[in-house]
Structure formats: structure tokens, C-alpha cells
Design a protein around this ligand. Structure first.
Ligand code: SAM
Ligand code: SF4
Length: 340
């Protein structure tokens, strides 16, 4: 890893964009491959990046080290499915040693969690988000276009014993598809003391099937929950960059949250940047431009160049994603290629 001491001059300019938003969270995709084919994310027949185009763990660690010196405090590993990349715990181990980085988290579909949870916890992984859209094996397969429910549940059970700071469940909400999953998922999470979050369907599916009418809004899901379980009390969070609106069940049986990027965009408090598996910085999920960190990492620049690239990336961040606006343009890449 490069240790460029002149970086301190660049690092004085923190990652604040032209709208005053300070960026402290970096989503790092480690692969575009996946062992599921969720219809809202991937195509059935996916073409993946050649392995040599993906950043190595050393390159990722170097990029994160530079980002950390510019103010990034939390990293979330994602993909594709991050656990299909060999020895992910080795990357976690490298990242947690970086000065200034408070926390490394992971978003996973959970299929390989039973085998890897303990190693990841020992490596220093703090938090887990496990994506789970259905508790019915057939429906799971219908949505994910591959089987796997049993393995996810087994993975969750193992992870629960590993001492992670937090485990959350993420479920995507799609009208006409996921309504029937809401109550079983909520019941399961209440029983297991798991924090469930519903995410609105975003126009990032590879099959281009998204339509505004297919977004089942967080408010609609919340009403379904209230009808089934009684009142929900809003929780007030200290974390301004937190996109979720969380609630407490008034009967004391846990938390449930809503990430509503379409019906209630939170762009004005966005603190996230992204690094794709093939080494491109992005300032938004919906960015149509990328900043080529890999070219610098592979020999054509030093850490100062990398820092400048990231600062440039932040400087040109748009005020908002613009979903629903006339002229909204979907990015060329789908969710699994960007890193959710
Ligand atoms: N494979 C891992 C997983 O599924 O958790 C990590 C990557 S996945 C792209 C990250 C998250 O993005 C998952 O929770 C998934 O449900 C969500 N996601 C994927 N496509 C989406 C879409 N079009 N709209 C909203 N959320 C989406
Ligand atoms: Fe794979 Fe995650 Fe996309 Fe599903 S959401 S296809 S598990 S990357």
C-alpha cells in the first residue's frame, strides 16, 4: 500500500460538495457476481466483469485509506454478492486497521453467511444487513430466481451467535409482488428481535422493468403494519446521514424502518460515496458519470491524485437524483454493477 505523506495537504479539504453535504460513508462493491438473480436487480443472464478488472483487496484498501484521510468514517462492503468473493474476511481485516475508520459493515443476501459469519466477526466486521424479501421458499425463489431461503435463515441463526453490533433485515417493496410478504417478515423480525427495513424499489433493475406505479411506498407499508400490529412511534436519530426513518412498535416488540428514496428522497442529507468493484468512484447511485480510481491505483498516479479524484467526484455531485423528473436519466449500470 502506498504511504504518500504529502496527502495531508489535500486532506484538509474534506469531502464537502457544492451543496454543503459532508461525505463520511463509502459503499465499496467487491464484485458484480451474485449467487441470486433478484428480478429488481440483475438480469437472468448476467455478463460479469473479467476478474482482472476488479480491484484487488490491496487496491481497495489503498483507496479506502485515502478516502478515510479525507473524512470517510464508515465503509459498507457490498456487491453483487460480497460473500462470493474469496476470503472477504481478509479484506475486512485490512480495512479495520485503517486509522480514522470507525466501522466496517456488510450487506449480503445471506446465502453464504453460515460458513463465513464467524470469520467475518473475528476479522472485525461490525454490522450486517441481510437482504430477505420472503419467508416462503417458493416466493423467495420467484423473486430471487434461485432457491436459497433455508440457507439465508441458517446464516442468520449463525450470525446471531457471532456478536455483531447489529443485524438488520432489508426487504425491497414492489407493488403487486411483495405486499404479501410484509406481515410475515415483520412477525419474524419481531420474534427474532431483528430490525427490519423496507426499501422502495428504485429504477436500477437490469431488466428495465421499473415504473413509478410499481413503487410500493414506505407509507403504504407502514399503514399495513399499523393495521396488523398497532401503532408505530417514530424514533429520532442523531445520525443526519441516515436515510431510514425508523419506528418503534408501541407494544415494545422492536424496531421497523423505511428507506423511501422515491417517495421521500433524502438527497439533501446524503453522506454517501461509492466505489464500484471495477474501481470507479461514484457520487450517487444515479450518477451517470464515474471517476476512474483504478487507472490511478494501477500505476498512473499517487495517493494525492487519488484524493484529488475523489474530491472532484464529490464536487460535481448533483443536488438530487431526480427520479420522477422530466429528463431523469437512469444510469447505464444496474444495482448489482454499482453496489447497493
Ligand atoms: N447481494 C447483496 C444483497 O442482496 O444484500 C448486496 C448487494 S444488493 C445490490 C444491496 C441491496 O440493494 C439489497 O438489499 C437489495 O435488496 C437492494 N436492491 C437491489 N436492487 C434494488 C432496487 N432496484 N431497488 C431497491 N433496492 C434494491
Ligand atoms: Fe444479488 Fe443482491 Fe442483486 Fe439480489 S439484490 S441479485 S442478491 S446483488
Amino acid at each position: 500500500m502506498s504511504t504518500d505523506s504529502s496527502l495531508t495537504s489535500t486532506s484538509k479539504g474534506e469531502l464537502v460538495d457544492s451543496f454543503g453535504r459532508r461525505h463520511t460513508d463509502l459503499r465499496v462493491s467487491v464484485t458484480d457476481r451474485c449467487n441470486l438473480r433478484c428480478s429488481y436487480c440483475m438480469p437472468l443472464e448476467a455478463v460479469f466483469k473479467p476478474r482482472e478488472e476488479l480491484l484487488t483487496y490491496e487496491e481497495i484498501t489503498r483507496a479506502v485509506a485515502v478516502a478515510t484521510r479525507l473524512g470517510i468514517r464508515t465503509v459498507r462492503l457490498t456487491g453483487g454478492e460480497p460473500l462470493v468473493r474469496a476470503e472477504l474476511d481478509q479484506l475486512v481485516r485490512q480495512l479495520v486497521t485503517l486509522p480514522g475508520l470507525d466501522e466496517v459493515a456488510l450487506t449480503t443476501n445471506g446465502l453464504l453467511l453460515a460458513e463465513q459469519a464467524e470469520r467475518l466477526a473475528r476479522a472485525g466486521l461490525a454490522r450486517l444487513n441481510v437482504s430477505l424479501d420472503s419467508l416462503d421458499a417458493e416466493r423467495f425463489e420467484q423473486i430471487a430466481r434461485r432457491p436459497g431461503l433455508e440457507r439465508v435463515l441458517e446464516g442468520l441463526a449463525v450470525a446471531n451467535r457471532c456478536g455483531f453490533r447489529a443485524i438488520r433485515i432489508n426487504a425491497v417493496s414492489i407493488r403487486g409482488l411483495t405486499e404479501v410478504e410484509i406481515i410475515p417478515l415483520a412477525r419474524f423480525c419481531r420474534e427474532q428481535a431483528l430490525h427490519l427495513r423496507f426499501i422502495e424499489f428504485m429504477p436500477l433493475d437490469a431488466d428495465d422493468g421499473w415504473a413509478e406505479a410499481s413503487v410500493l411506498s414506505g407509507d403504504e407499508v407502514r399503514q399495513i403494519l399499523v393495521a396488523a400490529f398497532g401503532p408505530l412511534e417514530p424514533l429520532h436519530t442523531e445520525d443526519a446521514g441516515q436515510p431510514a426513518v425508523d419506528y418503534r412498535y408501541a407494544d415494545g416488540s422492536g424496531l421497523v424502518g423505511f428507506i423511501n428514496p422515491v417517495s421521500q428522497p433524502f438527497c439533501d442529507r446524503c453522506d454517501r460515496l461509492r466505489l464500484t468493484a471495477d474501481g470507479q468512484f461514484r457520487n450517487c447511485l444515479f450518477s451517470t458519470t464515474e471517476w476512474d480510481a483504478r487507472a490511478i491505483l494501477r500505476g498512473r498516479g499517487n495517493d494525492d491524485d487519488l484524493a484529488r479524484l475523489l474530491v472532484d467526484c464529490v464536487q460535481t455531485k448533483r443536488a438530487a437524483h431526480g427520479i420522477g423528473n422530466l429528463g431523469f436519466e437512469r444510469p447505464d449500470r444496474a444495482m448489482y454493477q454499482i453496489g447497493g
